[in-house]
Design a protein around this ligand. Structure first.
Ligand code: PLP
Length: 395
């Protein structure tokens, strides 16, 4: 059975070019980039090249790029550095819809006695900028707002929010793990102090991340040890993954237009056809202000997990907006923060595409999903013909 992979916000395929670039560094080129000899030095040179490739993707200076182990580490390192370089400040501002990498850290910090403000969003997932502005105080050490939401793809106006923080002397971090490689980012024109990326969301391997730290920003390392990364992160470099990430960033820059045209139009068609053929279905998140590859659709009166299982039998991979916690299905914190009704949140599915998807794959999903929803609804105690009748897609 073939796999139709529409779960690229969870993780993405390692690009063949990336894999090819990495292979020699698992084999003959195993030198330590910090070694004085030329055997290690040749690896060091490739790491410098990768740093330049990553910097080019986000319009940064290579010296502002710090390699980490993942997006979660980058997020933690940014916020914790801001707190430890400003010990007099005890307040952190974030949003209600952050990824657990920031949300979990916020909870941890509040248990340690820091004040953490989570800015709300409206029903479309758009940040309440009035609330945000009021939450910035002289005690605020750092703001951390995601650039793009991993569940809905909704974009936050991080440039504007960063400018507001900068005017008040507050550091601004953005979790750009989902935005990186999908939308243009230019740090030269920005007030953002720190930015996180993760390799496995942009066709590089898992276990490699990036923290951009603007030149002049005081930084306190999370991982203390050797002199690697100019003393900002100890530990021998993950050489093959860094080199792979460099190639992935170069590819992402080249494919940015394709991501925003071909991938976007596949996403738009998938969305439009599913909405047209499945009654009581609705997009979650502001339709015009989203990542080009992501759609989150609620199918009322059906269980998301059941939809996933039936799609899985056909080789279709996606994600649901509810997670099984302690035996009960909890709708995601993102959909709850947006006030999506219970019956809608439970039946939500996230499809996230990539440049490796094809029109034929979209056709397949558009053909196969409506009967799945129809079948599940006939089994649902909440679904009656008076509520709606499911139609089947043509073709
Ligand atoms: N931030 C966002 C928005 C994400 O979507 C993810 C991963 O899903 C992360 C952070 C964590 O990245 P990593 O898996 O590299 O730790």
């Amino acid at each position: 059975m073939r796999t139709i992979y529409l779960d690229n916000n969870a993780t993405s395929k390692v690009a063949p070019e990336v894999l090819e670039a990495m292979m020699p560094y698992f084999g003959d080129l195993y030198g330590n980039p910090s070694s004085a000899h030329s055997f290690g030095g040749q690896v060091g040179r490739k790491i410098r090249e990768a740093r330049e490739q990553v910097a080019a993707l986000i319009g940064a200076d290579p010296g502002e790029i710090l390699f980490t182990s993942c997006g979660t580490e980058s997020d933690n390192a940014a916020v914790l550095s801001a707190l430890s370089t400003q010990e007099d400040k005890r307040h952190v501002v974030t949003s209600r819809v952050e990824h657990p990498a920031i949300k979990g850290l916020g909870l941890h910090l509040s248990q340690k006695g820091f004040r953490v403000t989570e800015v709300p969003v409206n029903g479309d997932g758009i940040l309440d900028m009035g609330f945000y502005e009021k939450s910035l105080t002289p005690d605020t050490a750092v703001v951390s707002l995601m650039w793009a939401n991993n569940e809905t793809g909704v974009l936050f106006p991080v440039e504007e929010a960063a400018e507001m923080a900068k005017q008040r002397g507050i550091l601004f971090h953005t979790d750009a793990v989902q935005a990186g490689g999908k939308i243009p980012i230019d740090m030269k024109k920005s007030a953002i102090s720190m930015l996180s990326l993760s390799g496995h969301k942009l066709h590089a391997p898992k276990g490699i991340g990036v923290l951009y730290v603007r030149k002049g920003t005081r930084f306190s390392p999370l991982i203390i040890g050797g002199h690697q990364e100019k003393g900002r992160r100890g530990g021998t470099e993950n050489t093959a993954s860094i080199i792979g990430l460099g190639v992935a960033c170069e590819l992402a820059l080249r494919r940015m237009e394709e991501e925003n045209t071909r991938v976007k139009s596949m996403r738009d068609r998938l969305e439009a056809e599913l909405l047209a053929h499945i009654p009581k279905s609705k997009i979650n998140g502001a339709p015009s202000n989203r990542l080009p590859n992501t759609t989150n659709i609620s199918f009322e009166f059906v269980e998301g997990e059941a939809i996933l299982l039936m799609m899985d039998e056909l080789g279709i991979c996606a994600s649901s907006g509810s997670a099984c916690t302690s035996g009960s299905l909890q709708p995601s914190h993102v959909l709850r923060a947006m006030g999506v009704p219970f019956t809608m949140a439970h039946g939500s599915i996230r499809f996230s595409l990539s440049v490796y998807n094809t029109d034929e794959e979209v056709d397949f999903v558009v053909r196969e999903l409506p009967p799945i929803i129809e079948k599940l609804r006939t089994m649902s105690p909440f679904w009656t013909p008076e509520v709606g009748v499911c139609a089947t897609a043509a073709g």
